[in-house]
Design a protein. Structure first.
Ligand code: SAH
Ligand code: SF4
Length: 388
């Protein structure tokens, strides 16, 4: 058999190998063509690669025994199947796991896994930091911001499945608290760091891959994108990705929402509600989730609760009341539990079931809006240690 490629030019030795995780089928075909794989073979090879990568979770080409040895070698010379590097793994007393990940350029993001008895939810990040400055969110205080690539977004799912042994034939290193079912990750939420609709293309490509029935096979119904309300992108997201949608509402009056979620000044509540009403495929079985963070004496009055149910009256909706998760220096306090219950009762009476989201992983700073704090603290202490 002849070699598949010309000798590798010298400069290729210093340029890092490309990761195939996160490429779609046409892109994989293109890479194979670049290696000299004849066109008539490309379809089959793509199918094989796809299955090894996304069904079996292969992390190297050597395992791909149905692919010719020589091609496996060539693939290994040019590409990788690596995941983002894990800097720390923390496990909460409630079983929640948080991974601090380092990307190729040294930037860091976090991914959180929340196991329950019958399901497991993975909360993934879409950006390093966030360009928006919601006043109650710690991620918004970070300065360094960049979009994650599709590979880095899909990579978070792959890595979580590696760590909890969620591939066929694999076993978790630490099975504590994992769900009973066969699949350990049943749901994915884009509720980690970043505003996903500001990284539209990469997040969409990643979701399309995650939902692929011949690969990771997470149905679109089990993927939820949370947005602070980037109104013009909402219809496009519905058409091109069609996942479930969550809206970070947090206030029912523009004056207050302008303060809490400043992007509201650009796209106020009425525009946001119009976009929600028009979201494709809405029905009682496919509802929009409205997230509402409970801030003491800010947005937690009974009048606010009544205004909330009124605002959502004609939209197939779920309401998710999120107890505010504090972070160092946060300018808010979480509403008193009694007040959350009173607020929830109004919401409940209007027909919304179990509206309060129980905070998970607070002890490891993995709860909503806390991401990044622990790592910042850790770095500060490392710095101190280094200068001591
Ligand atoms: N940027 C997107 C997705 C990430 S934030 C968005 O804003 O929707 C995920 C959810 O956590 C949002 O509803 C956000 O408002 C909420 N959140 C942020 N900080 C929080 C905090 N400190 N306590 C509770 N929820 C918070
Ligand atoms: Fe960004 Fe969402 Fe945090 Fe607002 S709540 S700063 S949009 S991550």
């Amino acid at each position: 058999m002849t070699a598949l490629m010309d000798p590798v030019p010298l400069h290729a030795e210093i340029s890092p190998k490309e990761c195939l995780v996160g490429l779609d089928r046409p892109a994989l075909s293109e890479r194979l063509a670049g290696l000299g794989v004849p066109e008539r073979q490309q379809r089959m090879r793509v199918r094989q690669l796809w299955s090894w990568i996304y069904v079996r979770g292969a992390t190297n080409f050597e395992r791909m025994t149905d692919i010719a040895k020589e091609l496996r070698g060539t693939l290994d010379t040019h590409f990788t199947l690596t995941r983002p590097e894990i800097v720390t793994e923390q496990v909460s007393v409630d079983g929640t796991r948080k991974w601090l990940l380092r990307l190729d350029d040294g930037k860091e993001v976090e991914t959180v896994y929340i196991p329950e008895e019958d399901r497991g939810t993975l909360c993934i990040s879409s950006q390093v930091g966030c360009t928006l400055n919601c006043t109650f969110c710690h991620t918004g205080t970070q300065r360094l911001v960049r979009n994650l690539t599709a590979s880095e977004i899909v990579g978070q799912i792959m890595l979580a499945r590696d760590r909890i042994g969620d591939w066929p034939g694999a076993a978790p290193e630490d099975p504590t608290g994992l769900p009973n079912g066969e699949r350990k990750i049943t749901n994915v939420v884009l509720m980690g760091m970043g505003e996903p609709l500001y990284n539209f293309d990469n997040v969409r490509d990643a979701c399309v891959i995650a939902a692929d029935g011949e690969g990771l096979s997470l149905s679109k119904r089990r993927i939820t994108l949370s947005t602070s309300g980037i109104v013009p992108e909402i219809p496009r997201w519905g058409e091109e990705a069609g996942t479930m949608l969550a809206i970070s509402l947090h206030a029912v009056r523009d004056a207050l929402r302008d303060e809490l979620v400043p992007i509201n000044k650009k796209w106020p509540i009425a525009d946001l509600m119009d976009a929600c009403r028009a979201y494709p495929g809405l029905s009682n079985a496919k509802r929009i989730t409205f997230e509402y963070v409970m801030l003491k004496d800010v947005n937690d009055s009974i009048a606010d609760a009544k205004a909330l149910v009124k605002l959502l009256a004609k939209i197939p909706a779920k309401i998710n009341l999120i107890p505010f998760n504090p972070w160092p220096g946060a300018p808010y306090e979480c509403s008193d539990w009694e007040q959350i219950e009173k607020f929830a009762e109004v919401v409940n009476r209007a027909g919304y079931a179990s509206p309060v989201r129980s905070p998970r992983g607070r002890d490891i700073m993995a709860a909503c809006g806390q991401l990044k704090s622990a790592s910042l603290k850790q770095r500060a202490s490392e710095r101190l240690a280094a200068t001591a």
